[in-house]
Design a protein around this ligand. Structure first.
Ligand code: BG6
Length: 499
């Protein structure tokens, strides 16, 4: 059975480079299992793990099964369906190989020949230092050559570069051995239903278009607050920081969804073209402006949900003197007709008080409070809150009269919660992205110009921070450093409270 009106993805050999990594265990295999549960994978889909560890096909499939089993149990999700898993497991195999060794690619070529399809997807779930090496080897082995009856696609995980020059160099390297239409640059935020819904809500409800501009919108706040720390990723995170980890990718994707112009169609080219334009319209700050318009924070020891947690510098594989930011708040301006004068405030951090990814759109207040001789002197602005996760939905803050003889206002909410309308099967967010890659739909993947425009907008912050500015401490469980509030004070605005 397939999901209503959705066809199974075509027979393909899917190679997972970095098969022993976390991404494969935690997200990709569970997503493939969910796709198979929903009848969205052809029986000719073969999954081939590629990594340097020596394990047999059966051991590899067995390890995945045990991990997914435990994950379902710990999350309280439905147990793995044994029959379904065993059907999928028959199509899982493994290649032991060094990513830098030609022999690995010869084995891959043989594997493709052994299957009844010439379609192949190479998923780079490896450390980013292997991205260019692997694609060059794939290219040299002729594995990226498409035949009329067989596609060849490469999925590149994030981080895509660590600044503008490295992102440009990686794009150049990929485009030397394949065409843009073969490249699927992943941003897992685009796999989230609530993120995809932003476009649908904006462009399918006439109501929104009327006030979606600088005449009515005062400013926009985009927040991605996490309660987790750096977990086991200390060494990656310490050389990356909150800005590069979250902003040019996830937060800019949210910004693009809110700020882009209506695309001429919902196809990949039109959507990605509009996104590239709006991200490209972010005003490039000078270094001095970048310093003034940004705040960096780093968590110290504190308490989250009643539990004592260590400070960032005490985390495993983190430099005890580290200056890396675990929190960042930024102000950016979009220089185009629709948004001129409307600040976009972005913030993201680890070890904050609650997990909350949301977009708060603050409308300009009504022009005049016609309530003479009452206590209502100033009207509060209305907010439209788009809650990406958790408690997915959209809420509109309104003012209403509190019942009684006295004229008093109360804040009330009009709301839509996903759980009240839709039954959603457990999903990782990767289901849509894998399915789209197998079926050749690039709409939810980043084009080279999207990525480079994102880095271009954050590069001034990276350059400015190399020369100045301090990382401000905040205790775990707090919503960032005090200096983040001060970022909005000159604009006479305050952060929308999270949670
Ligand atoms: C990843 C970052 O891309 O996104 C992580 O590397 C972060 O540091 C994660 O925790 C957040 O994703 P989500 O889906 O939990 O919001």
């Amino acid at each position: 059975m397939t999901t209503a009106n959705v066809e199974a993805a075509p027979a393909t050999t899917l190679f997972l480079f970095g098969a022993h990594g976390d991404l494969v265990k935690r997200l990709l295999m569970p997503a493939l299992y969910n796709l198979s549960r929903d009848g969205l994978l052809d029986n000719g889909l073969h999954i081939v793990g590629v990594d340097h560890n020596e394990v047999s096909d059966a051991e590899f499939a067995g390890k995945l099964e045990t991990f997914i089993h435990e994950q379902c149990r710990s999350k309280g999700d439905q147990a793995l369906d044994a029959r379904l898993w065993s059907k999928l497991a028959k199509r899982i195999s493994y290649i032991t190989g060094d990513f830098l060794d030609e022999a690995t690619y010869a084995t891959i070529a043989k594997k493709i020949k052994a299957h009844q399809t010439d379609n192949a997807v190479f998923y780079l779930a490896t450390s980013p230092r292997f991205f260019s090496e692997v694609v060059q080897h794939l290219g040299a082995a002729g594995l990226l050559q498409e035949q009329p009856d067989g596609f060849r696609r490469v999925v590149v995980e994030k981080p895509f570069g660590s600044d503008l020059p490295t992102a440009e160099a990686l794009n150049a390297c990929l485009l030397k051995v394949m065409s843009e239409k073969q490249i699927y640059r992943i941003d897992h935020y685009l796999g989230k239903e609530t993120v995809q819904n932003i476009l649908v809500s904006r462009f399918s409800n006439g109501l929104f278009e009327a006030f979606w501009n600088n005449h009515y919108i005062d400013h926009v706040q985009i927040t991605a607050a996490e309660t987790v720390g750096v977990e086991t990723r200390g060494s990656f995170y310490d050389s990356t920081g909150a800005l590069c980890d979250m902003v040019p990718n996830h937060l800019f994707q949210l910004l693009a969804m809110i700020a882009m112009e209506p695309p001429a169609a919902f196809g990949a080219d039109a959507v990605r073209g509009e996104k590239a334009k709006v991200i490209g319209a972010i005003r490039p700050w000078s270094k001095a402006q970048a310093l003034k318009n940004s705040v960096r924070g780093q968590y110290t020891a504190g308490t989250i949900g009643g539990k004592q947690v260590p400070g960032y510098r005490e985390e495993a594989k983190v430099d005890p003197q580290s200056q890396t930011e675990t929190y960042v708040a930024l102000k950016v301006m979009i220089d185009n007709w629709r948004w001129v004068g409307v600040p976009f405030y972005l913030r993201t951090g680890k070890r904050m008080s609650v997990r909350d990814t949301e977009i708060a759109i603050c409308f300009k207040p009504a022009p005049y409070a016609q309530f003479r001789d009452t206590e209502v002197e100033r009207l509060k602005p209305n907010y439209l809150k788009i809650q990406i996760q958790p408690n997915e939905g959209m809420w509109f803050d309104l003012q209403a009269k509190r019942p009684g003889q006295k004229l008093e206002m109360a804040n009330v909410e009009l709301g839509f919660a996903y759980k009240d309308y839709f039954q959603m099967q457990p999903s990782t967010g990767y289901e849509t992205l894998i399915y789209d890659c197998l079926t050749g739909d690039q709409t939810l993947f980043q084009r080279a110009d999207n990525i480079e425009n994102g880095w271009r907008a954050v590069q001034p912050f990276l350059d400015a921070w190399r020369e100045g500015g301090e990382v401000q401490p905040y205790a775990a469980g707090e919503d960032g450093p005090e200096a983040a509030d001060a970022l909005l004070t000159p604009d006479r605005r305050v952060w929308h409270s999270i949670g």
